[in-house]
Design a binder for this molecule. Structure first.
Ligand code: G3P
Ligand code: CA
Length: 292
C-alpha cells in the first residue's frame, strides 16, 4: 500500500474512533462514573416490568406478565407485531426463532401457526406450556390491574401498515384507552395516533442522543437535532444516555423521562436520583425492593 493511502486509512480510522468515543462511549462513561445525585426530594419513579418480568420468566408470555402483576408493578411493558392473518401478537422480535422452538417471520405466519410454538422451554423446562400470546389475551389477563406500556414494533420489511388502525379499533371496542400507553421508536406510528385524535397516551422511544454532536439514534443513526413528536408524555431512552440535562430539558418541554432496560440496583438508584420518571426493568423485584 502506498504511503499516502496508508495515511488516509489511518486518518479515517482515527476519525471513526473519535466519533464513536464522542457519541457512544462518552455518555456511557458519564453515566457509569457519575454518583447518584444528592437530590433528597426525588419523586419515586414508576416501575415498569419489561416484557413482563423478562429476568424472571420467559419474556412476553402470560407467565411473565403474571409474575409482574404479582409483584405489583406500576406498568407492564410488551411488544406488538401483526401476523399474516391480521392478529395483534405479543412478541419482541419480528422472527420467532430466538424465543420459541420454531422459525419464521410473524408477518408471514398465521395465528394458528404461531400458537403451535413453545415460547417458554428456552427459559426453563417449567415454562414448557407457554404460548406466544395475542394482545387480547394479555388484556384479559391484566384486566385493568395495571397500565400496559405497549411498544409498536415493525417487520423485516418496515412498519406494519395496519398496526395502528387495528390497535386503535381494539382500544375503542374494549374501552381501554385509559389502561394503555403506546410507545415506539417509529415516529410514523405515533404521528398516526396523534392525527387520529384518539385519547390514548403516547410516549416516544429514542435509543440516545449525543450531547456534543447533532446526532441521535432511534430506529437508526440520524444526523440533525432530535424533534420529539407532539403530544408525548414521556421520552424513553436507553439508560446509559441518561443525565440530569436530559431530564431537565424534557421537563421544560413538558414531558417526563423514562429509561430502559435498567437491571442493576445501583443504576436504578442513580436514574431515580437523576429524576427519571419510569424505570423499565427485567427485574421489577429488584426495583421494588430499592425504589418503593
Ligand atoms: O420499553 C423500551 C424497551 O423495551 C425498548 O427496547 O428492544 O427491549 O423493545 P426493546
Ligand atoms: Ca420493548
Amino acid at each position: 500500500m502506498k504511503v499516502a493511502n496508508k495515511k488516509k486509512l489511518l486518518t479515517m480510522t482515527f476519525s471513526l474512533f473519535i466519533f464513536l468515543v464522542i457519541t457512544i462511549l462518552y455518555p456511557f462513561l458519564r453515566f457509569k462514573l457519575s454518583s447518584p445525585s444528592n437530590n433528597t426530594t426525588i419523586d419515586f419513579p414508576k416501575i415498569v416490568g419489561h416484557r413482563g418480568a423478562a429476568g424472571l420468566a420467559p419474556e412476553n408470555t402470560l407467565a411473565s406478565f403474571k409474575r409482574a402483576l404479582d409483584l405489583k408493578v406500576d406498568y407492564i411493558e410488551l411488544d406488538l407485531h401483526v401476523s399474516a392473518d391480521g392478529e395483534l401478537i405479543v412478541i419482541h422480535d419480528s422472527n420467532v426463532k430466538r424465543t420459541t422452538d420454531g422459525e419464521g417471520e410473524i408477518a408471514d405466519m398465521t395465528l394458528q401457526q404461531i400458537k403451535q410454538l413453545d415460547a417458554g422451554s428456552w427459559f426453563g423446562p417449567e415454562f414448557g406450556s407457554e404460548k406466544v400470546p395475542t394482545f387480547e389475551e394479555v388484556l384479559d389477563l391484566v384486566n385493568g390491574q395495571c397500565k400496559i406500556l405497549v411498544e409498536l414494533k415493525w417487520s423485516k420489511k418496515g412498519a406494519y401498515p395496519s398496526l395502528v388502525d387495528k390497535l386503535l379499533q381494539l382500544i375503542q371496542d374494549r374501552g381501554v384507552s385509559d389502561q394503555l400507553i403506546i410507545q415506539s421508536f417509529e415516529r410514523s406510528y405515533l404521528e398516526e395516533i396523534t392525527t387520529s385524535n384518539n385519547p390514548v397516551e403516547i410516549q416516544q422511544l429514542i435509543f440516545g442522543k449525543s450531547s456534543i454532536l447533532p446526532i441521535y439514534f432511534d430506529t437508526q443513526l440520524r444526523f440533525g437535532s432530535f424533534e420529539p413528536v407532539a403530544g408525548i408524555t414521556s421520552l424513553n431512552m436507553f439508560y446509559l444516555y441518561l443525565n440530569k440535562g436530559w431530564v431537565n430539558t424534557n421537563e421544560q418541554l413538558g414531558f417526563g423521562t423514562g429509561v430502559f432496560t435498567i437491571n442493576d440496583e445501583n443504576d436504578m438508584k442513580k436514574a431515580a436520583t437523576f429524576g427519571a420518571d419510569l424505570i423499565i426493568t427485567d427485574f421489577p423485584d429488584k426495583a421494588i425492593k430499592i425504589l418503593r
